[in-house]
Design a protein around this ligand. Sequence first.
Ligand code: IPE
Ligand code: IPE
Ligand code: MG
Length: 240
Amino acid sequence: MKRLPKHVAIIMDGNGRWANEQGQDRLYGHYHGVISVRKVVEAATEIGIQYLTLYAFSTENWDRPEAEVTGLMTLFVETIAKEVPDLHKNNIKLAFIGNLDMLPNEAKKALADATQTTAQNTGLTLIIALSYSGRWELVEAAKSIAQKVANGALLVNDINETVFAENLTTCAFPDPELMIRTSGECRISNFLLYQLAYAELIFTETRWPEFRKEHLIQALLEYQSRERRFGKTSAQIQQI
Ligand code: IPE
Ligand code: IPE
Ligand code: MG
């Protein structure tokens, strides 16, 4: 318990493949994916993880067939409305990162309400990446820094990693120490490009709709078995 990551990030992948394997359409997989979200949020709270980021929809996912995109947007709105009372009761604070301007108005409103309702909660911070992409976020940060320099509020020489991170959508959260991707794909798919610089990456074959508490625990144990060296030698790490 002493070596738990504070922040776990998950790329929830494999809903579509799971559904096809059941002879169902892709949206069936997304609906089942919500059950996994609930279970993983419960488990993370119980284990004592402080921040959980879930990649729910990428900027690139807007290019999927219209019926799937519309279905996903409806699912987000329905799920938020249904889950917020319980999340709030469990002291969970919700946050959303991504290019939220691209979302339909109904979804924007649901997110704003959920954020406001849970703003004072002090338990798990649940961060949902929606219409998110790491490159989009980095470009936005560059723009906001450039604006501050142009306004005279910031000197070029004062730009450092801390200042940069303060201009990211994740400025209020520590970097994830552990990133899990389900369903076998070994890539980042434009997720938290800056923040994952030193995260431990775990790729599991389990499809997201089948991911449960035991899979999270398995990943945490694997994380704890790794030596995080941050560029140092193993001998240096063992002295600490
Ligand atoms: C992840 O599952 C959920 C979203 C990207 C919205 P996918 O929909 O990518 O499922 P696969 O990868 O096609 O199986
Ligand atoms: C990444 O999954 C995005 C989310 C899980 C929300 P994708 O299924 O969209 O990623 P690629 O296209 O396989 O890289
Ligand atoms: Mg996928």
